[in-house]
Design a protein around this ligand. Structure first.
Ligand SMILES: [Cu+2]
Length: 255
């Protein structure tokens, strides 16, 4: 039975690992997150295979003979089996929890050369503020420098949205009333799509923005060329929202 479990787990793992789930790895976090996911896939395959082989064995070994209409025997459980199926998943979950913690710690470790960018989300659009440059504002397009740690501070203006650039892997909810933070270091230049990945209403599917990762000098020039400043209602959300939001909201009502 153990052999059957390992063979089935190996087959499932090979198939699942051969799929390129999230595209290119274009941030320093991507390879670490992919390793974590691959390990989770292998461990899940093992659990899935154990359940399937156990089920197939039980279906075959304990099947009723033709014409047998009698009740099954009463069973009082199996202590060894129950300890095993409690202990093994506990160890797996604790291991994955610890490992995820380590990966997150490494990804978010401050490099000392961070850039903070404000992200504003609303039904159904993204816009961005660049505080280092006097709150320059861009709508529908985000520019960031390559190889620099970006701290995205997210401020939803209405419902829950979620910030996701697949090639960076990082995904973070934007929650009205609180500021959420995602830390990413893009390490390749290119053009990407920022996708809203939290169903937020009728226009959710079209809630996207263009992301351009470019050399720092080019990025700085682009920000300098921005004419608009972050509008007042959005600035209010920057000042008022905090991680924990201890103060009651004083929303500026839409005029
Ligand atoms: Cu959305």
């Amino acid at each position: 039975m153990a052999v059957a479990i390992f063979v089935l787990a190996a087959i499932i793992s090979v198939v699942m690992l051969s799929i390129n789930w999230n595209g290119a790895e274009d941030s320093t976090a991507a390879a670490k997150i992919d390793d974590l996911m691959n390990i989770a896939i292998v461990l899940s395959s093992l659990v899935f295979a154990a359940v399937m082989v156990g089920l197939a064995y039980a279906l075959y070994a304990f099947r009723a003979k033709p014409g047998d209409e009698s009740d099954g025997e009463p069973i009082h459980g199996n202590t060894r089996l129950e300890i095993a199926w409690t202990l093994v998943p506990t160890v797996i979950v604790l291991f994955l929890g610890g490992y995820s913690w380590k990966v997150l710690d490494e990804i978010e470790e401050p490099t000392g050369h961070q850039l903070t960018v404000d992200v504003f989300s609303q039904q159904y659009a993204w816009s961005f503020g660049y505080p280092g440059k006097g709150y320059a504002y861009s709508q529908g397009v985000l520019h960031v420098p390559v190889n620099r740690q970006i701290v995205f501070k997210m401020h939803s203006q209405d419902v829950i949205h979620s910030f996701w650039v697949p090639q960076w892997r990082i995904k973070k909810d934007n929650v009205p009333g609180i500021t959420t933070t995602a830390i990413v270091t893009p390490d390749k230049t290119g053009t990407y799509q920022l996708i809203c990945t939290e169903l937020c209403g009728f226009g959710h599917a079209s809630m996207r923005a263009k992301v351009i990762v470019e050399p720092e000098a080019k990025w700085a020039k682009w920000v300098e060329g921005l004419k608009e400043k972050v509008p007042t209602p959005l600035m209010v959300s920057v000042k008022q929202d905090t991680e924990t939001n201890p103060e009651p909201l004083e929303r500026v009502e839409a005029e």
